[in-house]
Design a protein around this ligand. Structure first.
Ligand SMILES: Nc1ncnc2c1ncn2[C@@H]1O[C@H](COP(=O)(O)OP(=O)(O)OP(=O)(O)O)[C@@H](O)[C@H]1O
Ligand SMILES: [Mg+2]
Length: 185
């Protein structure tokens, strides 16, 4: 179960005007602006539920997912996933979640996809039998056959996303987060 309650998250960003003179000036006096990415956000997701999280660009979706994964800490509010606070018990939490970030890859760029999978297996300490069972099931479900021997950098976007999805599920996570933007035509 995910309980996300009254979460606020701000970013502090440096602002400066264009131009060399302004760049030099900015070295001595910096102007900061505070961006409120999440403002008192709350939701609950029960076990077994599949939830879509939609909003315009810049609405705070990725910020939410990063907090749920324990990558970011909120300014205020609380979050518990299966009883854990993600950013406080990050290691234990990470073993129980899978995540796909559309603009980041968890695949080693220059090596065949299967090598990345085996690296993830070792990082997550997945039992060999469990790894093989999950790999076989994912290869069939996502039709990864020939892709496994292909270096990630040569895959098309769709092929890579299928491999990313498999990579995020190899360690049997209880919860899966997909931060993948799509356009609705
Ligand atoms: N690391 C950062 N530093 C400063 N501001 C940030 C940072 N990350 C996000 N923001 C700002 O926080 C706001 C929310 O960004 P976020 O990436 O969470 O939105 P999003 O809903 O995922 O958008 P998109 O649909 O474009 O992926 C935006 O205004 C963005 O500019
Ligand atoms: Mg995003």
């Amino acid at each position: 179960m995910i309980a996300f309650q009254n979460v606020t998250k701000t970013y502090r960003v440096m602002r400066r005007q264009a131009g060399f003179g302004r760049a030099v000036k900015a070295l001595f006096s910096r102007e900061y602006e505070t961006i409120r990415a999440l403002d008192n956000m709350s939701f609950t997701v029960n076990d077994g539920e599949i939830v879509g999280y939609i909003g315009p660009n810049g609405a705070g979706k990725s910020t939410t997912v990063k907090i749920l994964c324990g990558i970011l800490t909120p300014d205020s509010g609380t979050c518990r996933i299966n009883g854990r606070v993600p950013w406080r018990e990050r290691l234990a939490h990470t073993r129980e979640i899978g995540v796909v970030f559309g603009q980041r890859t968890q695949l080693w760029w220059d090596v065949p996809v299967i090598d990345s999978f085996e690296l993830l297996r070792d990082m997550y300490r997945v039992e060999p039998a469990c790894y093989q069972k999950n790999l076989d099931a994912l290869v069939e479900l996502l039709d990864l056959g020939t892709l496994l021997r292909t270096p990630a950098r040569t895959l098309s976007l769709g092929q890579r996303m299928r491999c990313e999805l498999a990579a995020s599920l190899l360690h049997d996570p209880k919860t899966l987060f997909l931060d993948v933007n799509c356009r609705i035509a």
